[in-house]
Design a protein around this ligand. Structure first.
Ligand SMILES: [Zn+2]
Length: 174
């Protein structure tokens, strides 16, 4: 260790920062991006067309930790999501990255990305909305009715379009 009095003023600090940029910060950011990419490849167990990133389940990514908030706690898929993310990180070589589940604040449909909403609509699931009526993903009609509080999974309600008579699932809002 070099004593401070032996340094020329300013020299050590400037060099130190430059070296940190090269050795730590840049590869760190790349690592964060790589982890996001791995997570974008993890499909939701219930609706495989959307990823856990599309659904807003992934809240934060650092070099050390991935923070997730599962969708509805009543969902049987909740435990599956955490395990799928763990498996994907392990497979990509990120065994040292922890997966932390945070339940507060609770997941809300507002966290679904625009990409995620578009994918849900393409898949025939009405994107979540606080509107009282759902828009039919088949024909766009708003003349729809809720048939059952529970659709194909506990997280979705079963709806039906009065115009084209097609049934469809709708995400329940929190
Ligand atoms: Zn319709």
């Amino acid at each position: 260790m070099i004593a401070l009095k032996d340094r020329h003023p300013g020299e050590g600090r400037d060099r130190g920062e430059t070296r940190r940029d090269f050795l730590s910060r840049d590869p760190g950011l790349r690592r964060d991006d790589d982890i996001w990419q791995v997570l974008e490849g993890v499909p939701d167990p219930e609706i495989p067309v959307v990823s856990v990133v599309d659904l807003g389940i992934v809240r934060a990514v650092t070099r050390e930790q991935v923070t997730i908030t599962p969708t509805y706690t009543g969902c049987p898929a909740t435990q599956v999501i955490e395990r799928d993310i763990r498996d994907a990180l392990d497979a990509a070589g990120y065994r040292d990255v922890a997966v932390e589940t945070v339940l507060s604040p609770p997941w809300t449909t507002d966290w679904i990305t625009e990409t995620g909403k578009a994918k849900l609509e393409d898949y025939g699931i009405a994107p979540p909305s606080t509107a009282l009526t759902a828009t039919c993903p088949q024909c766009g009609s708003i003349d729809t009715e809720e048939v059952s509080r529970f659709g194909s999974t506990p997280c979705k309600a079963q709806w039906r379009c009065r115009d084209c008579l097609e049934p469809f699932d709708r995400f329940k809002c929190h």
